[in-house]
Design a protein around this ligand. Structure first.
Ligand code: NAI
Length: 340
């Protein structure tokens, strides 16, 4: 019987060990682990593989799919799936799955870590003490109690954000294309239009998926609606925000600051050392890369390295669900289908 070949990408050593313990119990499978994202040299090694298991920096695009005639299944170790060409997978009848629920509380907790860091000026406070001073002068923050938080996208993560905000006695407004009546009652959430949310919120936090309709949903036109004292938080996907619009708003004091776990074109930053390699030549948007540099350096902006999902508990849930997806595929079932 021919073996099913599975390639895993972007794995840490402990994750390899965790998966190996589980994969060794499966029959008729052969697997390879790669610590890097999919690239042209890895592609040569896996061109006859049947299952790809990428994380978000492995772009599974048409060229890759075209080069893999035996590919049958792509199961991503993430909730987001904008790195996979779903239309091409559909054309080729390649099944796709994701991990829908691994980190709802985890990402919501990171969102509030960022909000607290801004409201209590944690970075500047730590820098102050590290520089040898113990003076709180100029480090006055603000309370969250009584402030209005605008939650864009009240799905799994957004709902956890709502729950935490409610416990902090914040006022909550929300915008979503699908309203959830339960949270309206339970956490006193007021759904409104995007423009009303942007106009009335002290803190605006993004939890919508990235797709054509959400591309640059915060842009140069609607950033004008923000209160000058407002903060923008993004733990969803970088390209939900038009980076140049945010940079200009910060430069011109149109908003107070931002905290970003994700950046538009963040792969370029991550792979900076490889910028000059052939693989990257086509895809680089240098203007956005430079704007990201500005955001990283500006003291009113906090940037974390796409780290919101990164807790031990969440990562184990990702690996467990990915193994469930693979086991189901091997027995001709399709679970956790990517919903477009
Ligand atoms: P979800 O699918 O449970 O919720 C998304 C919500 O956004 C839904 O309620 C949906 O109706 C809403 N939505 C869709 N299109 C919209 C639009 N045009 N305008 C307003 N709302 C819209 O997804 P979940 O689990 O809450 O995750 C949200 C996003 O967070 C993911 O798509 C992913 O990109 C990102 N994420 C980031 C992580 C990180 O480490 N920074 C980790 C996990 C997810």
């Amino acid at each position: 019987m021919t073996k099913t070949k599975i390639a895993f990408f972007e794995l840490k050593k402990w994750e390899e060990k965790y998966l190996e313990d589980r994969l060794s119990k499966l029959k008729n499978v052969e697997y390879s682990f790669f610590s890097k994202a999919m690239n042209s040299s890895i592609l040569k090694k896996v061109s006859d593989y049947n299952i790809l298991v990428p994380f978000i920096y492995s772009k599974i695009d048409k060229d890759i799919i075209d080069s893999m005639s035996d590919l049958k299944y792509v199961t991503t170790m993430s909730t987001g799936y904008d790195h996979i060409d779903l239309a091409e997978c559909k054309n080729r009848k390649i099944k796709t799955s994701n991990v829908p629920n691994y980190g709802e509380n985890t990402v919501a907790e990171h969102t509030f870590a960022l909000i607290f860091a801004l409201s209590r000026r944690i970075n500047e406070s730590v820098d102050r003490v590290n520089s040898g001073s113990f003076s709180p002068d100029g480090l006055m923050g603000f309370d969250l109690k009584g402030k209005t938080i605008g939650v864009i996208g009240t799905g799994g993560i957004g709902k956890h954000v709502v729950k935490i905000a409610h416990s902090l006695e914040m006022n909550i407004v929300a915008y979503d294309i699908q309203k959830d009546k339960r949270i309206t009652k339970k956490y006193k959430v007021k759904y409104c239009s995007l423009d009303e949310l942007l106009t009335t919120s002290d803190i605006i936090t993004l939890h919508a998926p990235y797709n054509e309709s959400t591309h640059h949903m915060i842009n140069k036109d609607n950033i004008e609606l923000f209160k000058k004292s407002a903060y923008l938080i993004n733990t969803a996907r970088g390209a939900l925000i038009e980076t140049s619009a945010l940079v200009n708003a910060i430069k011109q004091d149109k908003i107070a600051g931002a905290a970003l776990d994700v950046l538009e074109q963040e792969a370029v930053i991550k792979e900076e050392k490889e910028l000059l390699s052939d693989e990257f030549q086509d895809d680089i948007d240098l203007k956005t890369a430079l704007e990201n540099r500005f955001l990283i350096r500006d003291p009113r902006v906090i940037v974390t390295p796409h780290n919101a999902f990164n807790s031990r508990e969440a990562l184990e849930r990702i690996l467990d669900t990915t193994m469930d997806n693979i086991k189901a595929f091997l027995s001709n079932k399709h679970i956790n289908k990517v919903k477009k």
